[in-house]
Design a protein around this ligand. Structure first.
Ligand SMILES: NC(=O)c1ccc[n+]([C@@H]2O[C@H](COP(=O)([O-])OP(=O)(O)OC[C@H]3O[C@@H](n4cnc5c(N)ncnc54)[C@H](OP(=O)(O)O)[C@@H]3O)[C@@H](O)[C@H]2O)c1
Length: 284
């Protein structure tokens, strides 16, 4: 039995679908089971679990062989990871696959630092582990969809900086491979797409798909931070985002790995692939 945490999220939902398609025994964790009602007739065991409530995690891992560990974005990530890993080890779980984040050189307080304690706890925990470190997801571009549909610009907080944007479907497929086979035990995979692309490159690729120009507008990081704080984002999230934008802008995030291809035996999907398959989101 495989437990999927973050089963309603971008990656976890794809992991869940792939495991259901493969007819595997799956338990899906959420704080709100209504969000997984579509799985009522599939045999998926839906469990209510909250990383902030360790008692709920003990019930979630009971009888589980393998865990997909999603760290919800936020500064509580290390505590969440430790709580789940501790419960899993006590319950005799054999393998944990943790979704982490790419380690960008120079990172100080960013997303990777929220993952580092969880990675360490997993490596030191005595359970079989695989760690997945993806670059930025292609699906982040959905945040631009409303503006693009209205003919507006894509906000560019990272200037000319490029990164190896990865297709979330590839991340989920690698996760499933690691959940199902011991051959990935003890591996840390850095998951990227096939090329480094900037926000301007991404807008051009969306424009090529739509057959029109999609402009970008440079947004200073300070302006973006003020907007996020005004919109109610926690200061820790805003600090993390600011550092991420600055690192990408500096060129430090330029990195392409062949780990997706090594695990899946086929090239990583490109950003153009993702846009082609999600064209409708940008056309309304
Ligand atoms: N976006 C990127 O570009 C990117 C790049 C690299 C790494 N990452 C990493 O990917 C992770 C995010 O993955 P994602 O995009 O698939 O997630 P997501 O779409 O943001 O969804 C978050 C998930 O976390 C669950 N969750 C939130 N708080 C929870 C809590 N207290 N207890 C239990 N579950 C909770 C939610 O489940 P319910 O609401 O159903 O409970 C939901 O399924 C982060 O760790 C991030 O650092 C993201």
């Amino acid at each position: 039995m495989i437990l999927i945490t973050g089963a309603t999220g971008t990656i976890g939902s794809k992991v869940l679908d792939l495991l259901v398609e493969g007819d595997h025994d799956v338990r899906a964790m959420t704080r709100d089971p209504a969000r997984l009602r579509a799985y009522d007739s599939t045999g998926v065991d839906v469990v209510i679990g909250d990383f902030d409530r360790p008692d709920s995690l003990r019930a979630a891992v009971d009888g589980i062989d393998t865990v997909f560990l999603l760290t919800a974005p936020g500064a509580a990530g290390p505590d969440h990871d430790r709580a789940l890993i501790e419960a899993a080890i006590r319950a005799g779980v054999g393998r944990v696959v943790k979704l982490s984040a790419i380690d960008i050189p120079g990172s100080g307080t960013g997303a990777f630092d929220w993952h580092r304690p969880g990675e360490t706890a997993l490596r030191d925990g005595g359970v079989s582990w695989t760690i997945l470190r993806p670059a930025g997801f292609a699906s982040n571009s959905l945040a631009w969809a409303e503006s693009i549909r209205a003919g507006g610009p894509v906000p560019n907080m990272s200037g000319p900086g490029a990164q190896g944007i990865v297709d979330p479907r590839d991340v989920a497929e690698v996760a499933v491979a690691a959940l199902l086979s011991a051959e990935h035990a003890g591996q840390t995979y850095t998951l990227t797409g096939p090329e480094n692309i900037s926000v301007v490159d991404q807008a051009a690729l969306i424009g090529a798909e739509l057959g029109r120009t999609v402009p970008t507008v440079d947004v200073p990081i300070e302006t973006a931070c003020t907007q996020m704080l005004d919109a109610g984002a926690p200061a820790s999230m805003v600090d993390m985002a600011a550092e991420g934008f600055a690192l990408i802008r500096s060129g430090a995030a330029r990195f392409v790995s062949d780990d997706v291809e090594r695990v899946l035996g086929r090239p990583a999907r490109s950003f153009a692939d993702w846009i082609r398959d999600h064209r409708g989101s940008f056309t309304g």
